[in-house]
Design a binder for this molecule. Sequence first.
Ligand SMILES: NC(=O)c1ccc[n+]([C@@H]2O[C@H](COP(=O)([O-])OP(=O)(O)OC[C@H]3O[C@@H](n4cnc5c(N)ncnc54)[C@H](OP(=O)(O)O)[C@@H]3O)[C@@H](O)[C@H]2O)c1
Length: 338
Amino acid sequence: MNILVLGGTRFLGRHLVSDALTRGYQVTLFNRGQSNPGLFPEVEKLRGDRAGDLGALKGRQWDAMIDTCGYVSREVRVTAALLAGSVEHYTFISSISVYAGFSHSGLDESAKLALLPHGTNEDAGDPATYGARKALCEESVEQIMPNRVLHIRPGLIIGPFDPTNRFNYWVRRVARGGEVLAPEHPDKPMQLIDARDLARWIITMIEAKQTGRFNATGPERPLTFGQMLDACKSASASDARFTWVDAQFLLNRGVAPFANLPLWLPESEKEYAGHFCIDSRRAFQSGLVCRPLVETVSDILLPDREHTPENTSVTSPPSGLTPGRERELLLAWMEKLK
Ligand SMILES: NC(=O)c1ccc[n+]([C@@H]2O[C@H](COP(=O)([O-])OP(=O)(O)OC[C@H]3O[C@@H](n4cnc5c(N)ncnc54)[C@H](OP(=O)(O)O)[C@@H]3O)[C@@H](O)[C@H]2O)c1
């Protein structure tokens, strides 16, 4: 099989490419050559920009393509229209953010989708419209290539080369050891998926020419925030102790959910109650397998991971608490408990 990957050099895309190459497939990358241009020296690289410079894609044929970098529907529509006669099967990497709301647990693929507010432009940099834009992208590509599209809707993706400091904040904080400030209580649900498990399953789905929409987050059995931190502790063999701090106490002191304490969505914010309770049964029934979380954490912690020249490990703005701020909050919490 020969596969065109639009993207392929940062995080999920890079694992997709690695998996496809491991299986002996021929891969062509199309991107701007800005992110890790030295990766995959053995692979054919087409340079261009999906925002307007698609010339390098003309006149070629591929069995399948994977689109990891579609965020604006007009761009996705143009790419799909150009490639509809050149590829048989299109995989669009979407997101669980396509759903209109997360107040309910167990959202499956039939849940209502987010809409772009009337009069809003599709601005690729606007996080507030990310989900609605992904939903529009799905719709655009499906219109152009009906019944030939596999729409993958991942939850939070983790693993080696994750450019964000979300899950990685917890991995590194717990590895540092000592008293760790943890939000609210340990029983809050959590869902995460290792990019390598996701990639392996997606390539298998492409082999089978599967189409349709699939939520993709894990693990298969419920996980809690506390179990996630325990996995971080056991993988790093640290002496971390977790102090679970009341939500209102944190909010009153200006701790911003998610930004200052990654992956924390306060229970009081009912509109997010189901965010980490997505139903991915379709994906598991079709072969998705998640490795133990402790294995993912161990791999993230591999000592040389951050020092390879082609690794852009943490590129998003810093998130999480600084050690000083965490200490200050913990002392104030202890004082309150006296
Ligand atoms: N991370 C998560 O937790 C999460 C959760 C749910 C869904 N998702 C979705 O998963 C996907 C994963 O993305 P990824 O960054 O890991 O994929 P990736 O394929 O590893 O990296 C992004 C690729 O897109 C290329 N690219 C960016 N802008 C481009 C443009 N205008 N024209 C051509 N190529 C362009 C980049 O190369 P150049 O910069 O060199 O062009 C890079 O190769 C995204 O669609 C995201 O919405 C992520």
